[in-house]
Write a protein that binds this ligand. Structure first.
Ligand code: WTA
Length: 649
């Protein structure tokens, strides 16, 4: 793959101070296989690979022939050294309870839970579904599955019955691991009840293991349900040898939203992924043995999979893990936790920062944040004002900010400052330059490179080890959506679905999604997925969902709904529809507003014009509406939205 055109070098020659980064990047692009083979040496392999990369028909296999085990890399290799008694997790529950877990303790518990799962019939290749809150048993379950070579699929605990059932069915998971509930803003949220309902729709599920967290009353189905504590207390074995798996063995399948109603299962491999997330965490956060790393995200999303569990553990770091809300019991919670635990590196989403910023500077000022030396953000574009607040009020102008751009599909950071190699001058709101091995370009509709300063679509020209292997059970969609978008373009172009611009200095600016995917408080939600749920309600004939700009969550779903004959557009029905969405997908996607209309604006060929609805909802110019079938529909949406806004005032 070497000898490619390097004319679009993202690192502009004029930045002489960043020579080292540029050289590292250039050598990684000229000889990716040599480069990644060196990086893969940071892992323990049971047997070495014969070939670094096979890139065939737009499918990558990395480190072919090599065998390893993720749990071994995260645990066994540390407990064999002085790190045995190093703290792996400092965990805090929302009510204030605390657990400090060393690598040796984590190792013991993972072995026991692996033994328990084995007793329940889980082995290499058996899928396990995880529907768990942010408690230590979640990484334990992930590592126990990995130890057995059992792929897991995790469903974010803010999702509800429909989402859990769909993902469990798709993967034919035989066991679900969950908790009775979770504490959230002082309340108990029931999870086991959701699992019970979902399991009814999933014939593959034989067993449900439940962690007693909130200890409220739950139903236990005899023969199917076991308590986690009983399961690990009575295990026959205290040690389970880590199963050596092929490098491309599935570590997990993580579902994410796309542009159809059906979520996409990113199928993630073991060897390439682990290599990639360890390298990228070192580069973007310059992590050191003595760091206290806090990735404040939920493990149910990719950020937590990669950077709360697998990468920090594989690198032997100490991490913070927190169960609850950032502003509970008061808006100083997050900042106090940084002081009390001496957090050195803090990584979170712009949504969380905007929420905490809203409470004013006195809250962070009450805590001593001087332990911090690096900050990071992920999940959405960060507004320059929030960036500056983060930089001055939290980082006291001492801490660089790594704005990391990446996706579920990419496995790890792709475009980000790399202080672990060399820090570049930062620009508020830019993710700066690609990490080594990553070859991004900004292209037009046809996949042709476009000039600096012009907005286009972000595409990646080379495979990288962290990338998903395919979409689980849907390889056709994998090829169509990600790789076959630009048939006329020369060379490979991985379609990211994001808008981007590269400025005159070569910096990348990520400008949000270019497809029908929303980012609600950092959570990725497909508009069509939401429409599908709305239409599943007996009253709804048709629905169109768009994102409305929100000062904290970035965007929130707003729905235009056409009712079936015989249903009245009453406020109670709007509430019922919101509840319906909450029950099927989950509270994270609750619509901000339901607008009842007679028709949704469509093109003459019958396609819903979400762009037009979005403009109306956001009070923007409508742009070109010549393909509209029915101007009256637009006027109606305008009227309804204006009336709604007036009623809010
Ligand atoms: C967006 C989250 C701007 C982007 C890790 C991407 C970002 C989607 C950034 C993936 C960033 C992520 N700046 N936008 N630093 N990071 N995004 O799969 O639109 O939940 O396509 O992965 O988040 O969301 P996902």
């Amino acid at each position: 793959m070497s000898g490619e055109d390097l004319s679009a070098l993202p690192v502009n020659e004029k930045y002489e101070p960043i020579k080292k980064l540029r050289e590292t990047w250039r050598s990684s692009i000229e000889d990716p296989e040599g480069f990644w083979a060196e990086e893969a040496k940071q892992l323990d392999w049971f047997s070495g690979w014969d070939q670094v990369l096979e890139w065939k028909d737009r499918h990558a296999r990395w480190f072919i022939g090599g065998t390893l085990n993720a749990s071994h890399n995260c645990l066994d290799r540390h407990v064999a050294t002085w790190r045995r008694n190093k703290v792996a997790y400092i965990w805090e529950g929302e009510p204030g309870d605390k657990r400090i877990i060393t690598y040796a303790e984590l190792y013991r518990e993972v072995n026991r839970f692996a033994s328990a799962l084995k007793e329940l019939g889980v082995g290499k290749g058996t899928f396990v579904a995880l529907y768990m809150p942010m408690i230590p048993e979640l990484p334990v379950a992930m590592l126990a599955c990995a130890r057995l070579g059992a792929p897991f699929t995790q469903v974010y605990s803010g999702f509800s019955v429909g989402a859990l059932a769909e993902r469990t069915r798709q993967t034919e998971a035989e066991v679900i691991v969950t908790a009775d509930g979770v504490f959230r803003r002082g309340r108990v949220i029931d999870l086991k009840g959701i699992v019970d309902k979902a399991a009814e729709e999933c014939p593959s599920v034989r067993k449900v293991v439940t962690v007693a967290r909130t200890k409220h009353d739950v139903d236990m189905t005899p023969g199917r349900d076991v308590w986690y504590h009983d399961a690990i207390e009575n295990t026959p074995e205290k040690y389970i040898a880590p199963e050596p798996v092929e490098s491309s063995h599935i570590l997990y399948v993580l579902y994410t939203s796309g542009t159809t109603a059906k979520p996409k299962g990113a199928q993630v491999c073991t060897g390439g992924y682990l290599t990639y997330i360890c390298s990228t965490l070192r580069w973007a956060f310059d992590v050191k043995e003595e760091d206290v790393w806090w990735c404040f995200a939920d493990i149910g999303w990719v950020t937590g999979h990669s950077y709360i569990v697998f990468a920090p553990l594989a690198l032997g770091l100490t991490s913070i893990m927190y169960e609850g809300a950032p502003d509970h019991p008061d808006p100083g919670r997050t900042w106090r936790m940084i002081e009390e635990n001496g957090v050195t590196k803090f990584y979170t989403s712009p949504t969380l920062l905007r929420l905490l910023m809203k409470y004013g500077d006195t809250w962070p000022e009450k805590s001593d944040l001087s332990s911090l030396n690096l900050l990071g953000t992920v999940g959405e574009p960060i507004n320059p004002e929030v960036w500056r607040w983060y930089y001055t009020v939290i980082g006291k102008e001492r801490c660089p900010i790594s704005d990391t751009w990446w996706q579920t599909e990419t496995g790890g950071f792709m475009i980000s400052p790399a202080p672990g190699i060399e820090l570049v001058p930062l620009k508020a709101g830019s993710a700066t330059f690609p990490l080594p091995g990553i070859d991004p370009v900004v292209v037009d509709e046809k996949g042709t490179l476009i000039p600096e300063g012009e907005k286009g679509y972000l595409a990646i020209r080379k495979p990288w080890p962290g990338m998903f292997m395919t979409l689980y059970k849907d390889d056709e969609r994998y090829l169509d959506y990600y790789w076959n978008r630009y048939p006329e373009a020369e060379g490979d172009r991985f379609y990211t679905g994001d808008y981007a611009v590269q400025d005159g200095d070569g910096y990348f600016w990520l400008l949000g999604r270019s497809d029908d995917v929303l980012k609600v408080a950092g959570h990725r939600i497909g508009t069509i997925e939401l429409e599908d749920v709305l239409v599943s309600h007996p009253s709804v004939a048709e629905a169109s969902v768009v994102g409305k700009a929100d000062p904290i969550k970035m965007e929130v779903p707003v729905c235009c709904v056409v009712l079936k004959m015989g249903y009245e557009p009453l406020p109670e029905l709007a509430e019922e529809l919101k509840l319906h969405v909450r029950n099927v997908i989950g509270p994270v996607v609750t619509p901000a507003a339901i607008h009842f209309v007679g028709n949704v604006p469509k093109t003459r060929s019958g396609k819903i014009m979400r762009r037009v609805i979005k403009a109306i909802v956001n009070g923007e110019e409508l742009g070109d509406t010549t393909t509209l079938e029915d101007q009256a529909a637009v006027e109606e949406v305008k009227r309804v939205v204006e009336a709604y806004n007036a009623s809010l005032e």
